[in-house]
Structures are given as C-alpha cells and as structure tokens.
Design a protein around this ligand. Structure first.
Ligand code: NAD
Length: 696
C-alpha cells in the first residue's frame, strides 16, 4: 500500500496531503503519517506555514470504525495527540477542506489555526448516530468556533452542514472558488504576510449570551426525544461544559462521556446496525461485478393491500408501473387508494400537487396480461394460495419477454414450487415486502434453488433504488422473518394458555421496546391469516389441527381490527385496543378444557420466552444457511418487525445476554411437561455457547 500521507514544499508552505482511500479514515497509519509529516515540516527551517489537506472525496470522514475495540484504535499517536501537534504548532496550520469532513476528521480540522473549504464540503460530528460523542475535543472546539446553538444542534443531531452554510465563522474562514490547493496556498501567504496570529480554537470563548437558558430548554427537548438512548444527552452535557468550564476540564468530561458511551449496550447496538446494513448487501457466492439487468418498467399483479404499496415504491422512484387486477372494480379501488395515499401526503405538505400527478402519470391500470409484454420485472401480490399463484406464474411464463424477472410477494409459500410453474425458474425469486409496503424499509429477497446470480444482483439493486434495506433469505416456510415470528407467536400463545392475558404480554414486550405486542399485531394483520396458515400446515402434514385460543376467536368471527374485535375489542373508527371480557372468557374456557391451572407470569418471563424463541429459531435459520449471517436476521427484525433499535436485534440481544444464559433458559423451558420440541436449544446455539463465541 502506498503511504497514506505525503508532504510537498511550495515555497514557504509545506502541504501535508492525506490520501488513504476511500475516505481518509483516521486509522493508526494515517495518524502516524500526519505526525511524521508535522515533525518534518517543523524541522525544515524554510517552511513557515503548513497546509493540511485530503482528497476531493474527503478531507477525512472520521475514525476508522474497523479499528473500534481493537488495539489499533489505541495505538499512539492517538487522534488527540495529532490534533495537539497541529494546534500547538509554532508555524500556522491551515486546513484545506473538500468532500467529507466528519467526526474525527472535523476534530482534526478544528486543530488547525485556520480553515478554508470548497462550498460543498460537508462538515459534521455524526458520532451520536453510533451512540457515541466526539471523543477528541469536538464538543469543546465546535462551540468555540461556531457558537453554542449551532454547535449543539450539530453535535446532538449528528447532521452535517455544508461549508457554505457556516462560511465567515471561525469554523470556515474562507470559501475557495476553483482549485482548493491554490486557494489554500494563497490563504497561507496571506496569513504570513499579514502576520495573522496562531488562532487556537481551544483559547476562544463560546459566544452565547443566553447560554444557560438555552441549555435548559435543550435538555428538556433532547431528553424527551431520545428516551432509549443515552448519547444525545451526554453530547449535550459535554457541549454545555464548553460554556461553563475551562477547555481542559471540558475535554476531560468529554472523554469520560465517550468511554461510558463506548461501553453502553445502546452504542454497541447502533454500531452493530451500522456494520450490519453494509454487510447485508454482500451476498456469499455472488461476485460484486455481476452484471445487472435493466429494470425500466415494472408490472404488479394484485391491487390489494400489498400490491398498492409495492406499486407506490416504484412510482416514487420514477419507474413506470402497470398494475393488473382481475376485475375493473378491484382495479379502480386499488388505483383510488394509491391516489388517496399521495393526496394525504400532499395535505401534510410532503408532496407538491404536481408531484402527485407526476407519480400517478407513471401508473397504468390493466385487466389484461397483454400489458405485461414489455415489463422488465413483475411482482405478484395476489391471494396467498398456491393454485392462484400457479395460474398467475403459468400466465406470466407465456406473456413476459425473455429475461423479465418474475417475483412473488408470498409470505410463506415455496418459491421453488412457484418457479416450477414456469419454464424459466432461473428468472424467478421472492420479493417479500412488509405492510405497509410503501413505508416499511425491509425487503426479504428470497433466493430460489434455481435463481440466477444476475436476477439476485438486480433485485438487490432494485431494492436500493426504491430505498429498501434488503436481506437475502433461502427458501423455507415463512423465510427468515415469518418463520421466526411463528415461534415468537407460539411462545406468546403458550403464555396465554399458562396464565397471562394478551394485554400483559403486549405490555411487557412493548416496555421491552417492541413497537407493538404480538396480540395487537395479530389484530392489526388479521387473525384469519394465521388461522388459514395453521389449517394449511395441518392438512399438508396430514394431521388434525391442534386448536389454540386464536382458532376459537376466529370461529367466533373475531378476526381483529377489521371485524371490530379480535384479542381486543375496538370502538367504531378507532384503533385503540380495549381488553375484552369475551376474550378472557374464551381463554378461561380453553384452560379448563385442557386441564390447565393458570399461574402468575412475570414480565421478565414474557421477555425471556418470546425473545429467546426468536433467537433459537434464528440460530436454526443460520445453521441451515437460510440466512448468511446473524446480522441479516437483526436487520430483518429491526426493519420489518418493530424490534427496538437500541437493542440491536434479537441475535445481538442474545449475544449481550450471554449465549450460555440463553441456553440455560431454553433448557428450562424444554424440560417442562408437555413442552414443544422447538424449545430444545438449536445445535448452533449450543456450539457457540460451548465455545465461548457469539452470533455477531
Ligand atoms: P389482498 O387480499 O389485500 O390483495 C390481493 C389482491 O389480489 C386483491 O385485490 C385481488 O383482487 C387480487 N387478485 C387475486 N387473484 C388475482 C389474480 N389471479 N389476478 C390478479 N389479481 C388477483 O392481499 P394482500 O394482503 O395484498 O396479500 C397479497 C400477497 O402478499 C399474499 O401472497 C400475501 O401473503 C403477501 N403479503 C401480505 C402481507 C400483509 O401484511 N398483508 C405482507 C407481506 C406479504
């Protein structure tokens, strides 16, 4: 690897250039390189001023996250030392900024005595987004350079600003038009000619007359907005210290906060998710340069709940869609729902009237498959029934052009079987969206046994284009997400049988952080769906159905919100779940019929059973290769199932709980009389626990 830092002499000015692709992350080698170059510049008597610069893409995008938690992160010189070398330099140092100047990169730049930048360079301290705070003086220097309010907003939100927005403040002394290096050299000459002072940001006073009042207001707001995350308030307190404390004392407090946050489970979770999202795009066995098919026009079949939402994703991305239904009435209804959704967004001020029309103009409704002759991708979202899917895919095989990708949005059905209805199984895969499909970020891409690599790669690219986070799943009943959900639901249902009520279980899981408990979710999705699935599975297995309380609810016509009652009852036009005596009576009846004596169940037991049920099935899914990595499972649960972000997903949760502890709990459940075999700890989980390893 070429040296990441070079030095060149331009008359009286030394230019230190950082060039470590892709974004000058401040790993050990880059830090050492800057320190060496500074030493050289100081030792050279001809040098009177120093310019520190990066590449067009980045001055520096900050710490090297791959070094977090490794000895390299602590290797000297650390970033604070390097920043001091700049700030304490007896020769003026000018930062010349283009591209990203973020996190440790901005902290480095703030160590310079002056800064010049291209107008579109982005400056920010995004550490809070990883549950951290800037740990190299950023919380103390930024308010000194930018004033309290703007600095606090930047540190607490983590959002960057363009250099042009802060031009004229001591953070950006000058915006350079044209060539950055020439501009920086000219500025350095000006500093020398005008004998401008060595302006150290640490020596400046924070400007803000209303400091304490503003801080109190900010504490209230930030506290209310960040309840599961400690970082924003810690950031705020560190910035507050810049107003009331000497610089060194502020830096000490910042350091303490940084160390505490680095050790917090919330930051662990956010850093895990950051890495997991990047990892999800890498598919084992699929070359990064796999050629992509062009997707210029999309067909969607079924204008119901899912088909409508799926269609909107493509219209939003500017891709024309042909939407097919069986009957004019269903088509009209589906098209009207799409328009109404857009108009509601418009009423909230988030879309302009002309944008609504632009999107609707990309949509064509049809009752005929002839309109599918030229589509590049079809997504089927018809009833969840294999015979219906068979007819649809046989037809698609006849009408679609060669090379068109044929996808099913099925929640559970076998993609390989669906592919077998065509003479082109290599072009078939599952694209499993989540409801509401225009809102939920998750897309499960289901890879069939025959799915071609370029079909998979193209689908991942399509996901990105429509702003989804995609994970790849193998074929199994329910794929990654719903297969795990079935165990979670069974655990919750077992707790009902044993003595809990829906409201207690939902309450405990919502306190844990789940967006919605399983019974509220069941009522929202419709209990008839699970009922149909249970009937199908029983008939496929050739076994009689083992009745559960949910079946009794369905037999009584209680399908959830849509029928005004399910596990809960609902007042007309409202969505608030009201605990219902009818449900309680059905549960009591069920227990009596099965000889179950209700026992008291703690909230802790609810969490343990429901979450560890997810984890155990997740381990099986990993072992079978249905998921390529544990972090893909976490991405699915965080983005498709309302799992709390601050816990990082079920698999990371298990890691942090300690896999031997998870195993012990599962063994306890498996040993209970009549326990379902699925409580047996998965072999992979046993292995990892025994080896002292983790999922993530
Ligand atoms: P839905 O009943 O709301 O919509 C299905 C639509 O398909 C209806 O409008 C129906 O008229 C139409 N249709 C049925 N057969 C057709 C045919 N042969 N040709 C053209 N149109 C036809 O159902 P949904 O909830 O949108 O589910 C659709 C699919 O998506 C199912 O496979 C389901 O498992 C899956 N899915 C549903 C959800 C969810 O939460 N609802 C989530 C993920 C996946």
């Amino acid at each position: 690897m070429s040296h990441p830092v070079s030095i060149s002499i331009h008359g009286p000015v030394a230019v230190i250039s950082m060039d470590k692709p892709p974004v000058n992350s401040l790993g050990a080698a880059l830090r050492a390189g800057i320190a060496d170059a500074m030493d050289q510049a100081q030792a050279n008597a001809a040098v009177q001023a120093i310019v520190l610069t990066g590449t067009a893409r980045a001055f520096s995008a900050g710490a090297d996250v791959t070094e977090f938690g490794t000895p390299m992160a602590a290797r000297e010189p650390n970033l604070r030392v390097v920043i001091s070398l700049l700030e304490d330099s007896p020769k003026p140092v000018i930062g010349a900024i283009s591209g990203q100047c973020l996190g440790g990169g901005l902290e480095l730049a703030m160590g310079c005595h002056y800064r010049v930048a291209l107008a579109d360079a982005t400056l920010g301290l995004p550490e809070v987004k990883l549950g951290l705070l800037p740990g190299a003086g950023g919380t103390q220097r930024l308010p000194r350079l930018l004033g309290l309010e703007t600095a606090l907003n930047m540190v607490v939100s983590g959002n960057p600003v363009a250099a042009a927005q802060v031009a004229g403040t001591p953070l950006v002394d000058k915006i350079i038009e044209g060539d950055l290096l020439q501009g920086a050299l000219a500025f350095a000459h000006q500093v020398l000619e005008q004998k401008m002072p060595l302006r150290r940001s640490r020596d400046l006073k924070v400007k803000d007359a209303q400091g304490q009042a503003f801080l109190q207001f900010a504490r209230n707001t930030v506290g209310a907005m960040s309840k599961n995350f400690p970082a924003p308030l810690r950031c705020l307190e560190a910035v507050a210290a810049s107003v009331s404390k000497p610089f060194d004392e502020g830096v000490r407090l910042e350091r303490e906060g940084f160390m505490a946050l680095m050790a917090s489970p919330e930051s662990r979770a956010l850093r895990h998710v950051f890495a997991a999202e990047r990892a999800a795009a890498k598919i084992p066995g699929l070359a990064a340069d796999t050629p992509l098919r062009t997707i210029a026009k999309v067909g969607v079949i079924g204008a119901g709940t899912m088909g409508g939402g799926i269609t909107m994703n493509f219209l939003n991305a500017g891709v024309p869609v042909v939407l097919l239904e069986m009957k004019q009435e269903a088509l009209d209804k589906g098209m009207a729902t799409i328009r109404r959704n857009y108009e509601n967004t418009m009423k909230k001020g988030k879309l302009k009237p002309e944008q609504v029309e632009q999107r609707m103009a990309l949509l064509t409704g049809t009752l005929s498959y002839d309109a599918f002759a030229d589509v590049d991708l079809v997504i089927e979202a018809v009833f969840e029934n294999m015979e219906v899917k068979q007819t649809v895919f046989e037809t698609l095989d006849r009408v679609c052009k060669p090379g068109a990708i044929l996808a099913s949005n099925t929640s559970y059905l076998n993609i390989d079987k669906i592919a077998s209805f065509t003479k082109r199984p290599a072009d078939v895969l599952g694209l499993h969206f989540f409801s509401p499909a225009n809102v939920m970020r998750l897309l499960e891409v289901v890879r069939g046994a025959a799915t071609a690599p370029d079909v998979l790669a193209t689908s991942m690219a399509v996901a990105k284009k429509i702003k989804k986070i995609a994970i790849v799943s193998g074929v199994c009943d329910g794929f990654i997400g719903n297969r795990m959900l079935a165990r979670y639901g069974a655990a919750a249902s077992g707790l009902i049988n044993a003595g809990a009520l829906p409201q207690q279980i939902d309450g405990a899981l919502q306190k844990f952080g789940m967006a919605m408990g399983p019974f509220r979710m069941g009522d929202l999705a419709g209990l008839d769906i699970g009922w149909a699935t249970r009937k199908r599975k029983a008939s496929e297995a050739g076994l009689p159905m083992t009745p559960v309380v949910a079946d009794k609810l369905c037999e009584a016509g209680r399908f959830g919100q849509k029928t005004g009652a399910g596990w809960y009852r609902y007042e007309a036009g409202k969505r608030d779940p009201i605990p219902d005596a009818v449900t309680e009576a059905l549960i009591t009846e069920y227990r009596a019929a099965n000889g179950i004596k209700a026992r008291k169940i703690s909230d802790a037991e609810v969490i343990e059973r429901c979450i560890f049920a997810l984890v155990n099935e997740g381990a099986r899914i990993l072992q079978e290769g249905i998921a390529a990595r544990a972090s893909d499972i976490d991405i699915a649960y965080l983005n498709g199932y309302g799992f709390p972000l601050h816990r990082g997903g079920p698999m990371l949760y298990a890691d942090l709980a300690g896999l031997p502890n998870v195993v012990r709990a599962l063994r306890r459940f498996a040993a209970e009389p009549g326990a379902d075999a699925s409580w047996q700890p998965a072999p992979l989980l046993l292995q990892l626990a025994a080896d002292g390893k983790t999922f993530c």
